[in-house]
Design a protein around this ligand. Structure first.
Ligand SMILES: Cc1ncc(COP(=O)(O)O)c(C=O)c1O
Length: 416
């Protein structure tokens, strides 16, 4: 390959500023927001400058319907190499026989998994939405709830843990075509072997929606669903720290069905800049530094859970195995929705979530972004104290906001 360009000056930082100051100002304002508040949304992270560079590269210009070596457009020679690289890196990273890296999002990946294995009207068993299931796990507002017959299993209201006996009983009663395991807020490891045993018992496919833990899996800090699930779907932008997007992993025997479910069934042209950025992220995730980061993410979540518990907050399941935890702020006299607003005013950015108790909105926190910034357990203990201060006293927001600004300022996400 003869390369006549260099990367120097290809994407000068001030191009946008000169051409479109209005948008540049929005962008800089967002960078400022991300750098001066604490990003505790469990699904967010800070991608590396290399990932951002791939996203903002001329690969964004290329149309590439189809798969490497079999495209509907000319000029795909180099983007084919990029996609093959992303696929190979994903296969090695996750020990999978096959990877599809084209899904535009986590939801598209789930849609493709269903399209590969199911027909409209099939019965699917998944974690109920009030217990932490995702929209794509049977919400009536989503294609999943409209096109499939979902039955929901739940978590035990006392322990907050998945009730595997209930999963088994429901599977025997409803004989689903597929069982989905995965959640937006479950803080503990999922027992994939237990799900596999139930699926085998009733002749169902097992789909693991590992959008949240997949980054921990990459870093060896959580068990892998790959040996157990027929299809694993995931996002690439959470703990995994890649660009916004989805991917699917499966065995050789389902590879063609999964690929055809992504393209041409659910998507058109692949987003080659995003696929290149996924390749960069998979490369980063294969390093010892990423393994250390993934373990630190969990250590930080545990430290945060311990700190919040010490402040009198009710942490679901008593702690966490992963990057996320959920809790009920009620012991401090505030409900989940008001708590989110109060914390946002103090610069602590997070989501509300469903809790095992019906009709109670709790809060969901994740430690991936703050860990990427370089924070450790000491900072998590400090954050727990700031949380409690902001929740206990509505007038404390301004003081806490200043402390948050100082803390965030010591750990800039993009120091250069
Ligand atoms: C378990 C699970 N599945 C699917 C998705 C959907 O991902 P996306 O927002 O990229 O569509 C999410 C996103 O948070 C998720 O947590």
């Amino acid at each position: 390959m003869v390369v006549t360009h260099t990367l120097d000056g290809l994407l000068p930082a001030d191009v946008l500023g000169r051409q479109d100051p209005e948008l540049a100002e929005i962008l800089l304002g967002e960078l400022d927001r991300q750098s001066t508040t604490l990003q505790l949304i469990a699904a967010e992270n800070f991608t590396s400058p290399a990932v951002l560079a791939a996203l903002g590269s001329p690969l964004a210009n290329k149309y590439a319907e189809g798969y490497p070596g079999a495209r509907h457009h000319s000029g795909c020679e180099l983007v084919d190499v990029a996609e093959r690289l992303a696929v190979e890196r994903a296969k090695v990273l996750f020990g999978a026989e096959h990877a599809n890296v084209q899904s535009h999002s986590g939801s598209s990946a789930v849609l493709a998994a269903y399209a590969a294995l199911l027909r409209p009207g099939d019965t699917v068993l998944a974690l109920g939405l009030p217990h932490g299931g995702h929209l794509t796990h049977g919400s009536p507002a989503n294609f999943s709830g409209r096109w499939f017959d979902f039955v929901g299993y739940g978590v035990d209201p006392e322990s907050g843990l998945i009730d595997y006996e209930q999963v088994r009983a429901l599977a025997r009663t409803h004989r689903p075509k597929a069982i989905v395991c995965g959640s937006i807020s479950y803080p503990r490891h999922i027992d994939y072997a237990a799900f596999r045993a139930v699926a085998d018992e009733v002749g169902a496919y097992l789909i693991a929606d590992a959008a949240h833990p997949i980054g921990l899996v990459a870093g060896g800090a959580a068990p892998s669903p790959v040996p157990y699930a027929d299809v694993v779907c995931a996002t690439t932008h959470k703990v995994l720290r890649g660009p916004r997007g989805g991917m699917l992993l499966c065995g050789t025997e389902l590879a063609e069905r999964v690929d055809r479910a992504v393209f041409p069934f659910t998507q058109g042209g692949a987003q080659m800049h995003t696929i290149a950025a996924k390749a960069v992220a998979f490369g980063e995730a294969a390093t010892p530094a990423f393994t250390a980061y993934a373990h630190q993410v969990v250590a930080n979540a545990r430290a945060l859970a311990a700190g919040l518990t010490a402040e009198g907050l009710a942490v679901t399941t008593g702690g966490t195995d992963t990057h996320l935890l959920t809790f009920d702020p009620a012991p401090l006299g505030v409900d989940g929705r008001s708590a989110r607003g109060r914390l946002a005013a103090a610069g602590l950015v997070l989501d509300t979530c469903a809790l095992p108790h019906p009709d109670v909105r709790g809060l969901r926190l994740g430690t991936a972004a703050v860990t990427t910034q370089g924070m450790g357990e000491v900072e998590m203990a400090r954050i727990a104290v700031l949380f409690a201060a902001a929740l206990r006293d509505v007038h404390a927001a301004r003081r806490v906001r200043e402390e948050v600004r100082e803390l965030a300022g010591r750990f800039p996400p993009y120091p250069d």
